[in-house]
Design a protein around this ligand. Structure first.
Ligand SMILES: *[C@@H]1O[C@H](CO)[C@@H](O)[C@H](O)[C@H]1NC(C)=O
Ligand SMILES: *[C@@H]1O[C@H](CO)[C@@H](O)[C@H](O)[C@H]1NC(C)=O
Ligand SMILES: *[C@@H]1O[C@H](CO)[C@@H](O)[C@H](O)[C@H]1NC(C)=O
Ligand SMILES: *[C@@H]1O[C@H](CO)[C@@H](O)[C@H](O)[C@H]1NC(C)=O
Length: 595
């Protein structure tokens, strides 16, 4: 009886709570937050940075903006002011810190060089933001660097809910770098620990106590001990490196304030900073790569509609056509590819892929498609799938167009490409070098799986190229008119096998003598970019893996059933495609200045 009553009472209370919530009076207002924006030479990332801030699911009336820009060589100040003019009045308050006069620091080597004066000034600026937040009476202050894009619109809410004194959302990057350390030496330097990679890779998930966070973190101004924290001047006993992030870590340690990083969600991305001698252009290139990564891994970045961005000027990069083969029933992939190319200022043309599901035996007969006698998948022993026929026909139609229109050289993409850093710049350089060396080429793989791990033959005078050995995939390649002619002349429709087995036959690197005997001459001049410029978005076994060629019914089956060929999986991650190794970045996270 008593239990029943209690349950009823509880039910009533819950109901009352819901009613009150609906009426908008039950919930206490969310804590107030000062958002500190310190922008310098950030034109390339500001539109996405501000876009993410304005999408945060947090009442703007509970947020004050503290903004500072300094020593800019680009349009940072104008952009920020344009944004504030559009949205500033929604926020509880906006404070604009007046900018100093000089445009650079005395001993500065470039716009990304961190001199001692620069660190000192940054520490002073952060201190000003902190003091402003305290005086304004805020509950929290959120520091968020302008190349950190908080794509998760719940970030601020979730961080506030943690109720921690100092907490950072773990940010993903293109490399092994993130915005926390797991270890620190007694001298205040980075210390390698066993926890770093499992944390960064989210094998270990949750909120973890760490000695240092930076770039984006929320500081509670109400938590015990945090009133003693400062960026400047450093703690009287401070002997560690003169850097705002280390100064702050030391202050937390000295005040006994715990510092946490949380990684149970994807919160957003951070761009890996460039070295001090590099330029704003280099940083912009890195940032574009980050935009592309977010398009693959999600959630994507969205630029603010309230700032004017420099116009994009897409081109075909000297190719006669840039084809993107994509299935009409996979609109997300198509859109992602087009967005990626747009970001890189490459103008691509979508070609509707031949959908294997639409094929049946009578259509195949009318096209003259016949299976290569004796063909079976090297892994599962299965026959050709409809998806593979569709894929072959899609590439084939492009080769036909190349020949029909006499296109000297084209670029071909499938719709599941993950672009490597600086794809555009590296491809441009590669093609210029190929041109300069007058290399006769028919096909150049930009993304592929090297089947055998042996070293391939180098090409004299072309360090970015090798002679292609046996390769899988047709993810991304360039093709010349002569190459397209050779492919068509071999009449492959009448003896079809998967297109990525056909190409190696045509450059005479296929190990199967029986298959090869059907084609002559096998004189395609095929090369591969090395390191590769493109990879698949996902590999067999990844949660997001989806293959329209390997999940498909046999080529001559009219029943309409779909089969998942678990034995095949050509798209398993190969040892050769260890992207980390080829990206040229350090294997270990390092303090900011060493990167
Ligand atoms: C937050 O983002 C999610 C996923 O992108 C979206 O569905 C949702 O509508 C957003 N919420 C707000 C309040 O903007
Ligand atoms: C700089 O910003 C202003 C205001 O946002 C804009 O009108 C102008 O076109 C921008 N200039 C450049 C070079 O992007
Ligand atoms: C600085 O160090 C000295 C000696 O180690 C110690 O006595 C003093 O309390 C420290 N000062 C502060 C502010 O912690
Ligand atoms: C194959 O598809 C075509 C076009 O959809 C259809 O007209 C034809 O009847 C189909 N043939 C078989 C054998 O299913």
């Amino acid at each position: 009886m008593g239990v029943m009553l209690a349950a009823r009472l509880l039910g009533l209370l819950l109901l009352l709570g819901l009613r009150l919530q609906a009426a908008g009076i039950a919930e206490p207002p969310l804590p107030t937050v000062v958002l500190a924006i310190l922008a310098r030479n950030a034109e390339h990332s500001l539109p996405h940075y501000l876009g993410a801030l304005e999408r945060l699911d947090y009442p703007r009336a509970r947020v004050a903006l503290w903004c500072a820009t300094d020593h800019n060589m680009d349009n940072t100040t104008e952009m920020l002011q344009e944004w504030l003019a559009a949205v500033g009045s929604d926020y509880a308050a906006v404070f604009w810190r007046p900018e100093g006069e000089s445009r650079s620091y005395p001993s500065e080597e470039g716009p990304k060089h961190w001199t001692k004066e620069r660190h000192q000034f940054l520490m002073e600026l952060k201190q000003e933001a902190l003091t402003f937040a305290r005086n304004w009476g805020a509950d929290y202050v959120l520091f968020a660097d302008t190349d950190n894009i908080l794509t998760n619109n719940q970030t601020l809410r979730l961080l506030v809910e943690k109720g921690l004194p100092v907490v950072a959302p773990m940010l993903d990057s293109q490399t092994y770098y993130s915005n926390f350390w797991c270890g620190i030496t007694p001298q205040g330097y980075y210390r390698r620990t066993a926890e770093y990679f499992p944390t960064k890779n989210r094998q270990r998930r949750g909120c973890f106590r760490v000695p240092m966070v930076h770039s984006t973190f929320l500081l509670s101004l109400r938590a015990e001990g945090t009133s003693q924290l400062a960026f400047h001047p450093p703690h009287p006993n401070y002997t560690w490196p003169f850097d705002d992030i280390i100064v702050f870590a030391y202050a937390c340690q000295a005040a006994g304030v715990s510092v946490h990083v949380c990684n149970e969600q994807r919160y957003g991305y951070m761009n890996v900073g460039v070295k001090s001698h590099q330029t704003l252009e280099d940083e912009k290139v890195n940032f574009i790569h980050l935009i592309l990564e977010a398009l693959v891994d999600g959630p994507p970045m969205q630029a603010s509609a309230h700032v004017s961005r420099p116009p994009k000027r897409p081109s075909k990069m000297g190719f006669d056509e840039v084809f993107v083969i994509s299935l009409a029933r996979r609109p997300n992939r198509r859109e992602r590819m087009l967005s990626s190319l747009w970001e890189m200022e490459i103008s691509g043309r979508v070609v509707d892929a031949v959908d294997g599901r639409m094929l049946n035996s009578s259509i195949l007969r009318s096209l003259g498609v016949d299976l290569l006698p004796g063909y079976e998948d090297p892994y599962s022993g299965r026959t050709l799938t409809k998806g593979e026929v569709g894929c072959f026909l899609s590439h084939y139609s492009i080769w036909e167009e190349v020949v029909a229109r006499g296109l000297a050289r084209v670029l071909v993409f499938e719709d599941d490409v993950r672009f490597q850093s600086n794809f555009r710049g590296r491809l441009k350089q590669l093609m210029e070098e190929v041109e300069a060396q007058k290399l006769p080429w028919d096909l150049i793989y930009l993304g592929r799986k090297q089947v055998n791990p042996e070293e391939e033959v180098a090409v004299e005078g072309l360090p970015g190229l090798v002679v292609a050995g046996y390769s899988y995939w047709t993810l991304a390649y360039t093709l010349s008119l002569a190459g397209a002619r050779k492919l068509l002349a071999s009449q492959p429709l009448h003896r079809m096998l998967p297109v990525d087995e056909f190409l190696p036959i045509m450059f005479d690197q296929h190990p199967n003598e029986q298959y090869k005997a059907h084609f002559w001459p096998r004189d395609l001049q095929a090369f591969s970019a090395q390191p590769l410029l493109a990879a698949p978005t996902h590999y067999a076994g990844d949660a997001e893996w989806l293959s329209d060629t390997e999940t498909s019914s046999p080529w001559d089956d009219d029943s309409g059933r779909l089969i998942s060929w678990t034995g095949s999986q050509k798209t398993l991650r190969g040892p050769v495609l260890d992207l980390a190794g080829s990206s040229g970045h350090s294997l270990h996270p390092q303090p900011r200045d060493e990167l």
